[in-house]
Ligand binder design. Structure first.
Ligand code: HEM
Length: 487
């Protein structure tokens, strides 16, 4: 027998409604009491029970708007947003950013945060989390050698454009932005890392796919119970196939380099030792037998590619699609530097970043106490667009920073690679991007080459709309850019 609501007496209906509301109230109180972050206001999350999941869905679709709402509503304070499986506490304003920058490593950890977001052990390998010795290599020998290796890098820029953008003077050709920029950046970056084998088509495919698959694998691994993750990652993940594939190309090279290194150390006869990422990694691996295997070295080369490719590829597409630059205006490097910094300020690749995991309960300057295990970050995009930090903050003003640099004593402070609380595209503090000097030089080199070699325009005349998902922004994946060779 079925009964519909109309057949209930008003008294029964009222009683049922009251009981329902009471149950909801108790459930809500129960969950609130269990949430150690309840003192921190949430944004974009409905207050009814299980509203967290609705909030997580909202954030996936409207992450940018929700973060901006929190930024405006809670100036100088912490607020929280719902990610798929946890809260993210966002720290608003200079004082809290300074807390992140100066917090001791035993309280806030960048590597633990990256590990819990990317499941490094399964997506990039055990050593990426436990022994990331490529970081000091990027910081010191790699950055030191950009100048010496510059002619080779430039040579690869020219060769890669010839192959991937074969435009003629008398006709326009259309080029898919993402699908072209990835292999192009792989070649240019890996010319610096491993020399001419960077042109191997299998290697280009492996490095570009690896870069994307780390994030894709991390997303589905979040849905797998932790006990099953190792086996699921083995069966369906991309780390092992990528390692095996890269070893096919790099294996013989690495074997030779290890053999020579064992025999001669860093001083090869006739000074013949290549000056590249493999040599710098080998130097850092001296005295550490576990680091000195073909497999480990291959993994490190892949991991450096992960850091370098995705970010620089997206950045250069944003730069190329920004417009407003001319050959004359780009003439001075200070202007070019300003252009890139402004492009990165307007679109810093993430709505919220500089993420750290709290390792021990930590109290921020606004009094918010955040328990161990919580993820905290900074609403980077909102900080960058804030009128208080930058007048006309939402407008693209390519020479904003070069004008600032003209003021007395401000010559270096506003360079693209300088870190500060109001420019967070490369992060801040001890985990700030160590590859930023290389990234800045490559972007300048690429754009200068494009300006001097081609005329360009959008296929449909308009800048395609950027894409957003949760915290991440991306250039439009269907964007096509038209090139014609200059006469
Ligand atoms: C436009 C290009 C790039 C952008 C926008 C970028 C941005 C970032 C950001 C925001 C961080 C986190 C900083 C923090 O949490 O404080 C980071 C970290 C890192 N980046 Fe980059 N990056 C770029 C290029 C590169 C390149 C070319 C490399 C390597 C050659 C690289 C290697 C790394 C590494 C290894 C880390 C982790 C550092 C650590 O945990 O100590 N990045 N990057």
């Amino acid at each position: 027998m079925t009964r519909n609501l109309d057949s209930l007496s008003p008294a029964t209906f009222t009683a049922a409604a009251v009981v329902g509301l009471l149950v909801l109230h108790v459930v809500r109180k129960f969950f609130k009491a269990r949430c150690p972050l309840q003192a921190i206001p949430s944004v974009g999350v409905p207050s009814y029970p299980f509203g967290f999941y609705v909030g997580a869905w909202n954030y996936m679709k409207h992450g940018r708007a929700i973060t901006e709402e929190g930024y405006l509503k809670y100036p100088g304070r912490a607020f929280k947003v719902a990610l798929a499986n946890r809260w993210l506490v966002l720290l608003n304003g200079r004082t809290l950013i300074e807390d992140i920058r100066t917090a001791p490593a035993e309280y806030l950890s960048g590597s633990a945060a990256v590990n819990s977001v990317l499941h490094l052990e399964h997506t990039m390998g055990h050593e990426q989390f436990h022994d990331p010795y490529q970081i000091p290599v990027i910081k010191a020998p790699m950055t030191r050698n950009i100048g010496v290796c510059f002619p080779d890098i430039r040579n690869e820029v020219v060769a890669a454009f010839e192959d991937l953008v074969p435009a003629k003077t008398d006709e326009w050709i259309s080029v898919p932005a993402m699908q072209t920029a990835f292999p192009l950046l792989s070649r240019v970056t890996n010319r610096f890392f491993i020399g001419l084998p960077c042109r191997d088509p299998d290697y280009i495919k492996i490095t570009t796919e690896f870069t994307l698959n780390v994030t894709r694998d991390a997303i589905w691994l979040h849905t797998i119970p932790s006990i099953l993750r190792p086996i699921a990652a083995r069966l369906f993940g991309h780390l092992e196939p990528a390692t095996r594939g890269a070893m096919k190309v790099l294996g013989p090279i690495l074997e030779h380099r290890l053999e020579m290194d064992d025999k001669y150390g860093p001083e090869w006869p006739n000074g013949d030792r290549p000056n590249d990422m493999i040599s710098w990694l080998l130097d850092e691996a001296r005295g550490h037998p576990k680091r000195r295997t073909v497999r480990q070295l291959t993994r490190q080369v892949l991991n450096v590619n992960f850091g370098a490719l995705h970010t620089t590829t997206q950045a250069i597409i944003f730069d190329l699609s920004r417009g407003g630059w001319t050959k004359a205006a780009m003439g001075k490097m200070v202007k070019l530097d300003s252009f890139f910094k402004e492009s990165s300020r307007i679109m810093p690749l993430v709505v919220a970043g500089v993420v750290r995991q709290v390792l021990k309960d930590f109290t921020f300057s606004d009094g918010s106490t955040v328990p161990a295990g919580t993820l905290v970050g900074i609403p980077v995009l909102a900080e960058h667009h804030d009128e208080a930090n930058y007048p006309g903050g939402c407008e693209f003003d390519p020479f904003r920073f070069s004008r600032m640099r003209e003021q007395a004593g401000q010559g270096t402070k506003h360079q693209m690679v300088s870190l500060s609380a109001d420019f967070l595209s490369f992060g801040i503090g001890r985990h700030a991007c160590p590859g930023r000097f290389f990234a800045a030089d490559v972007q300048k080199l690429l754009l200068a080459h494009v300006i001097f070699t081609y005329d360009l325009k959008f296929k449909d005349g308009l800048r395609p709309v950027d894409e957003w998902m949760a915290l991440m922004s991306s250039p439009n994946k269907t964007a096509e850019i038209m090139f014609r060779r200059r006469t």
